[in-house]
Write a protein that binds this ligand. Structure first.
Ligand SMILES: [Zn+2]
Length: 367
């Protein structure tokens, strides 16, 4: 689906209202004002917006990735036979939330993704894959390196979580995420072969969940609640726990439809495994909450309107088990998120101790 000019305009206005044009767009306010004027002119004309003039694909690599994710989700949406009544724009915004947030605006909906959550997820998956035996090859990182890396990532996330963005995310993380899209057909090595589809699938779930809310009619312009973000108050869509479960289920259906069934012969377990990325997402959510509670911080579920990740997992787990049996996908794939949880449990105590040391003495934190 074409990027809605109306939504682009609304997004730029939102960034400008919160003083983010430079921190996110790297464009001076004057330029943004001019650009908004151009968009308004374009809105008055008919016809498609030229891809070359879509600033989302050029403003930052992460934003370009989110445009790809939107395209993938919309493909799954159509294949699943669902439709949304108004357009969505998926974009970076410092919401302070691990989950995506939705902002109803004139002409549609902005799906806002917190950059630190996106980079944490990609980084955690990378460490997980790098610390695993892959196709009979020994892990690339030792247990000690794994603990240090995971603790460093969680420390970085907790530090940045409620801060307004001042600097771009680390180049290597952005490179990893964009590589998952650029080199999808031709991964550089066996670790990337697993890492790429997992990252893509996790991002697809986060975005598909918000499409699920739209499909189910949960998003109403007048049903918002003002939330405190790292850059001030923003009116965001208000949803109930039951609506969250419903959106999860619709997202899972969109993911299944995106892949088609059954997965191609010869690819083994992996295509099926990437379908269960929501379960990875919840396990990660839960793992970070365990660290938070050990540090005496409020768990993320308490500070958001999303229900606990464990309950979301439980419900989706049974859906995937049923669906996999029905269409003949290997059920073993559903065990993979559990393997991720066991992996985290095996390093959890050491990670918590290390995060505690990093918080007490931030100057030793890895950059
Ligand atoms: Zn939701």
């Amino acid at each position: 689906m074409e990027t809605s000019r109306r939504l682009l305009l609304e997004y730029f206005r939102l960034l400008r209202r919160h003083g983010l044009t430079n921190a996110i767009l790297r464009m001076p306010p004057d330029f943004v004002v001019q650009f908004e004027a151009q968009l308004q002119q374009l809105l008055a004309t008919e016809g498609e917006m030229d891809e070359g003039t879509n600033p989302l694909t050029s403003m930052s690599a992460l934003q370009g990735v989110l445009e790809c994710v939107r395209g993938e989700v919309e493909t799954g949406l159509t294949r699943a036979g669902f439709a949304v009544s108004s357009p969505l724009l998926v974009a970076i915004f410092p919401t302070g939330s691990f989950n995506a947030e939705v902002k109803p605006v004139t002409g549609g909906v902005l799906v806002l993704i917190h950059t630190p959550a996106m980079t944490l997820m990609a980084d955690m998956l990378k460490v997980n894959v790098w610390s695993a035996r892959v196709d009979g090859h020994p892990p690339r990182v030792s247990k000690q390196e794994t603990v240090a890396a995971v603790a460093g990532l969680i420390h970085r996330y907790l530090t940045e979580e409620h801060e307004p963005p001042t600097h771009p995310p680390p180049v290597n993380v952005v490179g990893d995420i964009t590589m998952a899209y650029l080199w999808a057909e031709n991964p550089i090595d066996r670790w990337h072969f697993y890492f790429g589809p997992l990252v893509r699938s996790c991002l697809r779930f986060i975005v598909a969940h918000e499409y699920g809310h739209m499909v189910a009619g949960h998003i109403q312009p007048n049903k918002t609640v003002v939330k405190l973000t790292p850059v001030g108050q923003v009116a965001l869509a208000e949803k109930s726990h039951e609506q969250e479960y419903e959106a999860d289920l619709l997202a899972a259906k969109i993911l299944l439809a995106h892949f088609g069934q059954p997965p191609q012969a010869g690819q083994g377990l992996f295509p099926a495994a990437t379908l269960v990325s929501p379960l990875f997402f919840f396990t990660m959510h839960h793992a970070i909450d365990r660290v938070r509670s050990n540090l005496g911080l409020k768990p993320m579920a308490v500070s958001s309107d999303h229900p606990p990740s464990t309950e979301r997992w439980r419900r989706l787990h049974s859906f995937f088990m049923q669906e996999f049996s029905r269409v003949g996908l290997p059920r073993k794939a559903v065990d993979l998120p559990e393997a991720f949880e066991l992996w985290f449990k095996s390093i959890e105590d050491d990670v918590i101790n290390t995060v505690q040391r990093l918080r007490a003495c931030p100057e030793i934190a890895p950059q």
